[in-house]
Ligand binder design. Structure first.
Ligand SMILES: N[C@@H](CCC(=O)N[C@@H](CS)C(=O)NCC(=O)O)C(=O)O
Length: 210
């Protein structure tokens, strides 16, 4: 069985939601605290020197990282979780998948650990990353269709949407500034098969936890 190293609610939650959508069983290892020196850091670093989550150990013992790469791996065996090849929706899926990890994710790397990158001005780096991320989300909102990210069918992109709207700048900001993204996240959060994984990652907002 696959082993996923992660922390509830963190980036590993994106992979957990994807695996659940694909009905792929996995064993979850909680490495909470890995981003500080200590035993959890040592456990994770041994298998992924980058020391990031998600980190996935595959059945053959090899290691897979990068949420977008994990999505592509899942699509190899579960192609229904992306739009059909040759459609314009497929191109948008590919574009937004790469865009999210290339543009949005680094704003967390820099804003969550600003002292690593700008020890003389960490607050400034953090604040500018957060401000920039807001502009990215406003652009993303305009690309989304509804009721799911790409229209009527759920895709692996929706795993990002339902997780990231719980991160900074937090659900209330998304509701006010990116209403489409927020509505899509609410819609995904209603899916029956995702309830357990959403709950264990604390991804249900007050509104959709009822
Ligand atoms: N590009 C990676 C980014 C993963 C990532 O940055 N994860 C965060 C947690 S949400 C992390 O492990 N941060 C710790 C660090 O970068 O030191 C992906 O898409 O999976």
């Amino acid at each position: 069985m696959l082993t996923l190293y992660g922390v509830p609610g963190w980036g590993s939650a994106i992979s957990e939601v994807m695996l659940t959508m694909a009905e792929i069983p996995y064993h979850f290892v909680d490495v909470n605290g890995f981003d500080n020196p200590g035993p959890q850091h040592d456990v994770l670093e041994q298998i992924n020197p980058l020391c990031q989550v998600p980190t996935l150990r595959l059945d053959d013992g090899s290691v897979m990282t990068e949420s977008a790469a994990i999505a592509l791996m899942i699509l190899d065996t579960h192609p229904h979780l992306a739009p059909p090849i040759g459609t314009s929706q497929r191109a948008l899926f590919q574009r937004l998948l790469v865009w999210l990890v290339a543009n949005v994710y680094p704003t967390f790397t820099y804003a969550d650990y600003p002292e690593r990158f700008a020890s003389d001005a960490p607050e400034q780096l953090k604040n500018s990353c957060i401000a920039y991320r807001k502009t990215l989300y406003q652009w993303l909102d305009q690309q989304l269709v509804g009721p799911y990210a790409l229209g009527d069918n759920v895709t692996l992109l929706d795993a990002y949407i339902v997780v990231i709207r719980t991160w900074g700048p937090r659900p209330a900001w998304f509701t006010e500034n990116t209403p489409r993204l927020s509505a899509i996240a609410d819609h995904i959060a209603q899916r029956e098969e995702l309830q357990t994984v959403l709950r264990s990652n604390d991804l249900l907002t007050a509104q959709n936890a009822n």
